[in-house]
Design a protein around this ligand. Structure first.
Ligand SMILES: [Zn+2]
Length: 503
C-alpha cells in the first residue's frame, strides 16, 4: 500500500485547518451550501424523466389484471406521421420501423415555417407520377393577406348538436358538403358495420371475422380497442348512437365491447391494449357517446378513461406510446381531444392537465405558434395541423395572427393524396377557421375522397391509401379518417359559432 506523499498530506492539513477556523466568514459557508443544493437539484431534475418512466412501468406490470386481460404489448399503431426514431430507442420500445417506399422519405422534409411550398416528394405506386399534394391552389385564391377579418369571438362552439338527422342535412349543405359526399358517408358507414365482429368489436386485420380476407390492405396492429374506437367515431359522428339511427345496434354492441375491455385500477380505466393511441381514441368514443345519450351507464366508463389519460400524462405535459413517457404531438392530439370531449360532456377534467398539455405545445412550437414539430420545434405537416387545432380549442380567436399564418401554411401544403392523418387534422382547422382558403381546400379534399372510394366487391364503400403511416391500421383506419373528413360539416358545431341556423 503506497503512502500519500508528505507534501500532499501537508497541503490537505492546511486546507482542513483553514476550513475549521472560526475566522471563515459566514457568507462563505452560506454560498457553499447554496451551490451544493443547486448542483444536487440539477442532478435530481435531470434524472426525473427516467425516474417517472421507470416508476410507471414498475407500478404497471405487477397489476395482474392488466397483463392477463391485454393483448401482448406491441406498439405499432402509427397512424401518425412521426419522423424516424433513433434505432436504439425503437429497439428498446419494441416499435417496428415502418419502411418507406423506395425513393420517398416517411415524413416530408421538415419545412421552416417561413419557407415556400416544398417540392413534392416522390410517391410510390399506385400514385407513381402524381404529386403528394392535390393540385396547387390557384394564385387568385391566395388572398389571406387581403382578407378583412370581421370581429372575431373566442371559440364557443365545437359541440355535438349538429349530429341529428335534421341538423346534419342543413349543416352539410350550408358548410360545403354535397349529396355525393353524404352518399359516400352512407356507403362508408355501411362498410364499417359490415366488418364488425360478433363480439361487438372491430379488428385492423381482415383475418377471420365477417371479412375473412375478402378486402385487401389488412392492417397489422393488434389493439382491438383502437380499432373499435376508430370504427365507432365516424358512426357517432353521423349521429348514430346506441338508441338512434339505422346503425344503433352496431354502436351499442361496439360500446359494450369497449367497456368490457377496460381494465380498471387506481389510475383509472385502461383501454390502451398496447398504446396510448388506443386510450385516446377509446376515451373520445366513450365521451361522445355519453354526451349524445346522457346514459348513466356510459358516464362512469367515460370518466375512468379520462382519469387514466390524466394519470398517464408526463410531468412536462405530453403523452406518448406508454404512460409517463415524454410527449409527441401526434399522441398528444388524441388525448387533448379526449379531454376536450370530456369537458364538453360535463365530465371532470382537471384544468391543470390541459394547462400542462398547452405547455407541451409551447415546447414544440415555432414561428411564434404558427407551426409545430413532432417532439421538437422543427415544423412538420401533421404536427402543425394538430397543434393549430388544439390551440383553437384552447381559446385562440379565429383571426389570431398565429392561426392565420399557420392556416396559410397548411393551405400552401394543400390536401394530400395519401397522408390521411394530415388531411384529417388540417381539414378541421380550415373548416373551423372559415378563412379564405377553406372553399378551395374543401372542394379538393371532398372530390378526391369521393373519387377514391372503393365501389366494387367487399371493399365497396371503403378507402385505402398508400400511406406508410396508416399502414398498420389498414383499410379500417383509412376508411374511418376519410369518413370523419367528410363529416366535418356537422361532426362538431362550428367552433366560432354560426350566424343563424334553425334546427
Ligand atoms: Zn371486407
Amino acid at each position: 500500500m503506497t503512502r500519500a506523499s508528505p507534501k500532499i498530506l501537508l497541503r490537505i492539513g492546511r486546507i482542513r485547518k483553514r476550513l475549521a477556523t472560526p475566522s471563515v466568514p459566514w457568507f462563505v459557508w452560506l454560498g457553499a451550501t447554496v451551490i451544493s443544493l443547486a448542483l444536487h437539484g440539477v442532478l435530481i431534475y435531470s434524472l426525473a424523466p427516467w425516474w417517472q418512466g421507470w416508476a410507471w412501468n414498475r407500478n404497471s406490470t405487477p397489476v395482474g389484471e392488466m397483463e392477463t386481460t391485454h393483448e401482448p404489448r406491441v406498439v405499432a399503431f402509427q397512424v401518425s406521421t412521426p419522423p424516424l426514431e433513433p434505432a436504439e430507442l425503437l429497439e428498446l420500445l419494441n416499435v417496428p420501423q415502418i419502411q418507406a417506399p423506395e425513393g420517398r422519405s416517411p415524413e416530408p422534409a421538415a419545412i421552416e415555417a417561413t419557407a415556400t411550398i416544398p417540392s413534392a416528394p416522390q410517391i410510390a405506386a399506385p400514385w407513381a407520377g402524381r404529386r403528394d399534394a392535390l393540385p396547387p391552389i390557384p394564385s387568385s385564391d391566395k388572398r389571406e393577406a387581403d382578407t378583412v377579418w370581421a370581429p372575431s369571438p373566442a371559440p364557443i362552439g365545437g359541440g355535438l348538436e349538429g349530429r341529428t338527422a335534421d341538423a346534419r342535412g342543413k349543416l352539410a349543405s350550408l358548410r360545403g358538403g354535397s349529396p355525393r359526399s353524404e352518399a359516400a358517408v352512407h356507403a362508408g358507414l355501411a362498410w364499417i358495420v359490415a366488418h364488425q365482429h360478433s363480439d361487438g368489436g372491430w379488428r385492423f386485420t381482415h383475418r377471420g371475422g365477417p371479412c375473412d380476407g375478402r378486402c385487401r390492405n389488412s392492417g397489422s396492429e393488434n389493439s382491438t380497442t383502437a380499432a373499435t374506437a376508430l370504427a365507432l367515431l365516424p358512426l357517432l359522428g353521423a349521429g348514430h348512437t346506441p338508441v338512434d339511427g339505422e346503425h344503433a345496434s352496431a354502436v351499442a354492441h361496439g360500446l359494450a365491447y369497449l367497456r368490457g375491455r377496460m381494465v380498471v385500477s387506481s389510475r383509472g380505466g385502461d383501454l390502451q391494449e398496447g398504446t396510448m393511441y388506443g386510450q385516446g381514441l377509446s376515451a373520445i368514443a366513450l365521451c361522445e357517446a355519453y354526451a349524445l345519450t346522457k346514459d348513466d351507464e356510459l358516464k362512469q366508463p367515460a370518466q375512468k378513461a379520462l382519469d387514466f389519460i390524466v394519470s398517464a400524462q408526463h410531468f412536462r405535459g405530453g403523452w406518448r406510446y406508454f404512460p409517463g413517457q415524454p410527449g409527441d404531438t401526434t399522441v398528444v392530439g388524441w388525448q387533448w381531444m379526449a379531454l376536450k370531449s370530456g369537458q364538453m360532456a360535463g365530465l371532470a377534467v382537471p384544468k391543470q392537465a390541459l394547462d400542462r398539455a398547452s405547455a407541451f405545445l409551447d415546447s414544440v412550437e415555432s414561428d411564434g405558434g404558427a407551426a409545430y414539430g413532432y417532439e421538437g420545434r422543427q415544423a412538420q405537416r401533421s404536427p402543425t395541423a394538430i397543434g393549430l387545432l388544439c390551440r383553437m380549442y384552447s381559446g385562440w380567436r379565429r383571426n389570431d395572427p398565429r392561426l392565420v399564418r399557420g392556416v396559410a401554411q397548411l393551405a400552401a401544403w394543400g390536401p394530400s393524396y395519401e397522408d390521411m392523418y394530415f388531411n384529417y387534422y388540417a381539414t378541421q382547422v380550415l373548416h373551423h377557421q372559415e378563412g379564405p382558403h377553406w372553399p378551395t381546400w374543401n372542394e379538393q379534399m371532398r372530390e378526391h375522397l369521393i373519387a377514391a372510394q372503393a365501389t366494387t366487391g367487399h371493399e365497396a364503400g371503403s378507402w385505402h391509401f398508400a400511406d406508410p403511416h396508416t399502414g398498420p391500421g389498414g383499410r379500417l383506419c383509412d376508411t374511418a379518417l376519410a369518413l370523419m373528413i367528410l363529416e366535418v360539416y356537422y361532426r362538431h358545431m362550428p367552433l366560432y359559432g354560426m350566424k343563424s341556423v334553425d334546427f
